[in-house]
Design a protein around this ligand. Structure first.
Ligand code: SF4
Length: 365
């Protein structure tokens, strides 16, 4: 039977047979040899305690290693153990997370820290780790294998891509989920050090099996990967283009710009507890509630979130005698520019602060 059908795709029967013949021992030993030679030295790989592994795995969700490297040691100095994290005011935790994004992770991390302190110690198996806020199956698998030596598989976004290519299971959303988990399970089953195997799989996804241009010549799976060995590398999945809708708003800054008006987000899964500038939806000149206000447009700041882009107009405004800041007055804090840096701010608020400082420096030159 030919491996390929008329469209040069592997036939389903040929793929099943090719997957059946995968040499798992051989694949794992290539992986570990490669990782021992080329694995990066990263701060969270130095001491594999449950606390450090857990914090690093949460930080690495949806965030690159390069970004996390700049945060991990600082976070560990600020919160050296689970007790200090549990006892800290949430604002301090959010402040230490500032710039990492996806702040729900920080809130969940602290909720979980309080649960761990409450139960008197870290969980000792996959199920109890998964019961903590913010810990899914793959994160729990990583923690249990790396910190506890359990044979628990992982399937984060990077490893999922590696497994898809390794098995040539390229159809996203297809019922291949079980197949991918099974492959991850085979890698750790019987491994002397399942944590090392999982770290090596993550390393392949982060450094070699890249989304756009996989570096197959440097890959430890170059002899086993079905997409490569079946000659199907043209079928490597293209990255889906994401189009992010644009939102426009106008941030209001007091006259003189020595102070700023800040508001704390009271709700919203992503931004709860973070502070942002007082603003109005839409571009300047469209404020329905402040007809007496006068001001000037200072510039525009852009920010990209995972699901939308934001265009923020910065507007210096004098509310004069028109009744001030309307309904938000009681929630607005007037804060001096230097003090504002001590608040846990949204990413876009930090950009606006930087913009105002730059503007100030330019005007004082
Ligand atoms: S051989 Fe290429 S496609 Fe296959 S896992 Fe390695 S880098 Fe990815």
């Amino acid at each position: 039977m030919s491996l390929f059908d008329r469209s040069e795709r592997a036939t389903p029967g040929a793929l099943i047979e090719a997957r059946r013949r995968i040499g798992w021992e051989d694949s794992r030993s290539s992986l570990l040899d490669w990782y021992r030679k080329t694995g990066r030295s990263l701060p969270w790989r130095e001491d594999l305690s449950p606390y450090r592994v857990w914090v690093s795995e949460i930080m690495l969700q949806q965030t690159t290693v390069a970004t996390v490297v700049g945060y991990f040691d600082r976070f560990m100095s600020r919160f050296p153990d689970v007790g200090s994290l549990a006892a800290a005011p949430v604002e301090q935790v959010l402040k230490s997370w500032e710039g990492l994004g996806y702040y729900q992770r920080a809130r969940n991390l602290q909720k979980a820290a309080r649960e761990i302190v409450g139960r008197g110690g870290f969980p000792e198996n996959l199920e109890t780790w998964m019961a903590l806020p913010g810990v899914g199956r793959s994160t729990a698998g990583a923690i249990c294998s790396i910190a506890l030596g359990l044979e628990t598989p992982i399937l984060d976004a990077n490893v999922r891509r590696v497994q898809r290519r390794f098995l040539h299971a390229m159809d996203p959303g297809s019922p291949d989920e079980g197949l991918l988990w099974e492959s991850s399970t085979r890698f750790v089953t019987g491994a002397g050090d399942p944590g090392l195997v999982n770290q090596a799989l993550m390393e392949v996804g982060a450094t070699v099996c890249l989304p756009r241009s996989p570096r197959c010549v440097d890959c430890p799976f170059s002899r086993q990967c079905l997409t490569l060995t079946l000659g199907l590398s043209d079928a490597l999945p293209a990255r889906k283009k994401t189009s992010r809708p644009l939102r426009v708003r106008t941030v209001l800054v007091p006259p003189g710009r020595r102070t700023v008006w800040l508001l704390k987000n009271e709700c919203g899964r992503l931004m709860e507890g973070l502070w942002d500038f007082l603003s109005r939806p839409g571009p300047p000149g469209h404020f329905p509630d402040e007809p007496g206000w006068s001001g000037r447009h200072l510039g525009t700041v852009e920010h990209v979130y995972s699901h939308f882009r934001e265009e923020v107009h910065v507007f210096e405004i004098d509310p004069g005698g028109s009744g001030g800041l309307s309904e938000e007055t009681s929630r607005v804090s007037t804060v001096s520019l230097p003090d504002s840096a001590r608040y846990p701010l949204t990413g876009v608020a930090r950009k606006i602060l930087a913009f105002l400082s730059e503007l100030d420096r330019g005007e004082n030159r």
